[in-house]
Design a protein around this ligand. Structure first.
Ligand code: TXA
Ligand code: MG
Length: 321
């Protein structure tokens, strides 16, 4: 695509105009920013894969504004989905799709990942449009998801016409993906709504967040969420000096690493606050002249599970590094 000027603003009508013309618009959600196109139009959706350089085997999430809308695009809505949707928005439901959802959106699967995002600007946009929005996270494939309009501009500037600026994402990690295709509902991706919270509402769930060997979560490749520089968990490899590394920690600073190379995600020990700050910390460290990032393991509860999952994926070495 020719380089074009990327506008940033809060103009829902302008966003609508671009989307109606089958162009891409970055949209805010409470989890991360999405890269949106008309989900019912394959020509629009194909642009998402091109701009993100995303493999076609990795299905997209469809965004709608209400549970009634979910009913339009899937053939069956379990009661558990009604229950969860009453309280939480950071959940993507994997349900059997109706034919109106093009195969390119679901990578040929007969299920669709669908969610009702919890951001007022995007909900208003969805209410005004007469089609749903397919939107993966608005980052180049494999890179860290964006949690501000500036993050989107940093990596997709010049490639899309408009970024709808809804401020900093309140949750800061992607939605929890849950499938109802299994006997017991199964979490395929740990995310913004915690396992504990989901179980309080619908009872016991299974968790199956294996990576590239898991056919049910085709997009959960090992290299997701990775910064460019290597990331290590709970250890500083001996080949690096303290000056050469950046730190991601929960509550406390490291004594020997320069302070500006450290991100303490929540000095008061709040995992929600830590999740909100995680991707900004990864992106900031990735742009510094350092050689490696060292992160600690977070408490394995609440949003700590999603944080640990993202750090683990960020720590997997890519073949081309
Ligand atoms: O919070 C979020 O979920 C953000 C915002 C923008 O909604 N979106 C997001 O999308 O993280 P993305 O494309 O980065 O991740 C979508 C993942 C896919 O990689 C795949 O693992 C899963 O959702 N997925 C989508 N459709 C699926 C399906 N039919 N079956 C199984 N997994 C599916
Ligand atoms: Mg993504």
């Amino acid at each position: 695509m020719d380089r074009q000027k990327t506008l940033v603003g809060k103009d829902i009508h302008l966003a609508m105009q671009f989307l109606k013309r089958n162009e891409l618009v970055a949209i805010p959600t409470e989890t991360v920013y999405g890269l949106a196109a008309n989900a019912l139009n394959p020509e629009a959706v194909i642009k998402i894969f091109e701009v993100k350089q995303r493999p076609f085997l990795d299905p997209l999430i469809v965004h709608v504004h209400s549970i009634d809308e979910i009913q339009k695009y899937v053939s069956y809505v379990p009661i558990a989905v009604y229950e969860l949707a009453k309280y939480f928005s950071a959940i993507t439901y994997v349900l059997p799709k109706q034919d109106i959802i093009p195969d390119i959106v679901t990578s040929g699967h007969n299920t669709v990942g669908i969610r009702i995002p919890g951001h007022p600007l995007t909900l208003e946009l969805l209410q005004k449009l007469d089609f749903p929005l397919a939107a993966p996270s608005a980052n180049p494939f494999g890179y860290v998801s964006p949690t501000t309009a500036q993050h989107v501009l940093d990596s997709l500037g010049g490639k899309i016409p408009y970024i709808l600026d809804g401020g900093t994402c309140k949750i800061g990690v992607e939605s929890t993906i849950i499938t109802f295709e299994t006997e017991i509902p199964t979490i395929l991706r740990l995310g913004g709504t915690t396992v504990e919270t989901i179980e309080e509402i619908i009872g016991k769930v299974d968790i199956c967040v294996q990576t590239k060997t898991n056919p049910d979560a085709p997009g959960m490749l090992d290299t997701h969420y990775a910064p460019r520089i290597p990331l290590f968990i709970d250890r500083i490899p001996p080949e690096y000096s303290f000056e050469e590394i950046g730190i991601i920690a929960f509550e406390r600073y490291h004594e020997r690493v320069p302070i500006h190379q450290q991100f303490v995600l929540s000095p008061r020990g709040d995992l929600s606050e830590a999740a909100r700050n995680l991707f900004h910390a990864l992106r900031s460290l990735d742009s510094m002249p350092i050689k490696a990032i060292v992160a600690q393991t977070f408490p394995d509860q609440g949003l700590g599970k999603a944080i640990n999952d993202r750090l683990k994926r960020a720590s997997v070495k890519r073949a081309n590094k």
